[in-house]
Write a protein that binds this ligand. Structure first.
Ligand code: GTP
Length: 394
């Protein structure tokens, strides 16, 4: 969550937001009420007094409405200190309250008992509506209601007239009830605003935790992939290791068994590798193993082919759905590619270059066979190739 939305969601600013949005309804209601008052009292109160009062109420209301709309549209209240923005708002609502309060004092001079009652009724309705609308701020509520009623209370009580004293007393009672109810309502609103802010904070911390979990999870996935690669590949040559070979052999064997495809296997051995090591050293031997692994990999390129290091200087190739002829052809191509690479081997008994021998086996799997039979057969063929003079495919 960015800074602005964090600020917007603070209880203080939410309170202001509620006060402003409530005003969009309560201020037009004030205009309506004062217009009703104007219509009702037009013939009773001197027209100039009435006009001044109504113009004042209308101007203040329109000005407040404009300010509230602007504040909501531009979110200008977020730039002010919440206390200052609240004080400005309370000033506006208090002026409205004071104009209402003034009306009850002013108009009372010119009206009879029936109209006084009517005015008290309007005052009560206005105070009640205002109190609900100002519920987010207890202070705004109390000042507004107080300013409406207190002048009427004071004036009625000190009038000396029995009817007015009764009215004044009723006004005090109503004022007390209204303040108590308003304050209860206000504390509910504030409690709900605090809870909303706490929820927002909780949600935010949950989101952050979730993001951290997602990051950890993707790191774990990467580590798992890395570890899987490590356990499935030969560290020296980078091609698949024996473990990976076993895994693929079982998988491909079962696939060929289901579909009744031929499965071929080529076992490759570098001729006189021990002599190479003895002559050029173990490190050169390692380099040669890497070179040979690359050449074999460059020949078996189908998506399902697997080239693996089977043992010290032995490599194995699995060719799924490949006929024996195709496998022999690939083995022959590989033997030639290694020969053509002209990798020097002065200590070989059959050539001055590196040569390989390969044994090829092909089986269309059946249920009674074990998958390692194909490796056993390829090994026999390799032995044959060695016995026949090496540098050949059998
Ligand atoms: N440099 C190196 N040598 C290895 C590695 N693994 C096995 N060897 C050597 O490979 C040699 C294999 O020797 P042999 O099994 O006699 O095979 P060969 O010399 O190729 O004989 P033929 O297969 O009969 O042609 C041994 O000397 C091992 O030490 C390795 O990772 N690096």
């Amino acid at each position: 969550m960015d800074n602005e939305s964090q600020q917007e969601n603070s209880p203080e600013n939410k309170r202001l937001f509620l006060l402003y949005t409530n005003s969009l309804k309560s201020v037009p209601a004030t205009i309506l009420n004062s217009s009703i008052l104007l219509a009702l009292f037009w013939t009773k109160v001197p027209w100039l007094t009435m006009l001044i009062w109504y113009t004042l109420m209308l101007s203040v209301s329109i000005y407040r409405l404009q300010q509230v709309r602007k504040a909501l549209k531009t979110k200008s209240y977020l730039k002010l200190h919440p206390k200052k923005a609240l004080n400005q708002f309370i000033l506006g609502s208090s002026i409205t309250g004071a104009i209402w309060g003034a009306s009850f004092v002013l108009f009372n001079f010119y009206t009879d008992e029936a109209y006084s009652l009517l005015m008290i009724w309007i005052a009560s309705a206005t105070a009640m509506g205002g109190s609900m609308s100002l519920a987010p701020s207890q202070r705004a509520q109390n000042i507004f209601v107080g300013l409406i009623f207190l002048p009427a209370v004071v004036m009625n009580i000190f009038s000396g007239n029995e009817f007015n004293i009764t009215m004044g007393t009723l006004c005090i009672l109503f004022l007390i009830v209204l303040i108590m109810l308003g304050n209860t309502f206000s504390s509910w609103v504030n409690e709900s605003l605090t809870l909303q802010a706490q929820n927002q904070e909780l949600l935010q911390s949950l989101q952050q935790k979730n993001e951290r979990l997602e990051t950890t999870n993707s790191e774990l996935i990467k580590t798992k992939e890395f570890l899987t690669e490590q356990t499935m590949s030969d560290p020296l040559t980078g091609i698949a290791n024996r473990r990976s070979f076993d895994h693929t052999l079982i998988k491909e064997w079962n696939r060929c068994l289901r579909r009744q495809y031929p499965l071929s296997c080529i076992l490759i051995d570098i001729d006189y590798f021990k002599r190479f090591n003895d002559h050029y050293g173990h490190q050169k031997g390692d380099e040669l193993l890497r070179e040979v692994a690359n050449i074999i990999s460059s020949q078996a390129t189908r998506a399902d082919d697997l080239v693996a290091r089977y043992g010290g200087e032995e490599f194995i190739v699995i060719l799924s759905n490949a006929s024996h002829d195709d496998a022999v052809m690939l083995a022959e191509r590989t033997r030639k590619a290694i020969l053509d690479a002209e990798l020097e081997h002065k200590n070989s008994e059959i050539s001055d270059r590196i040569t390989i021998s390969a044994g090829v086996a092909t089986i269309t799997p059946t249920n009674i066979q074990d998958c390692y039979e194909i490796v056993h057969k390829a090994d026999e063929k390799l032995y044959e190739a060695k016995n026949n003079g090496r540098n050949q495919v059998c």
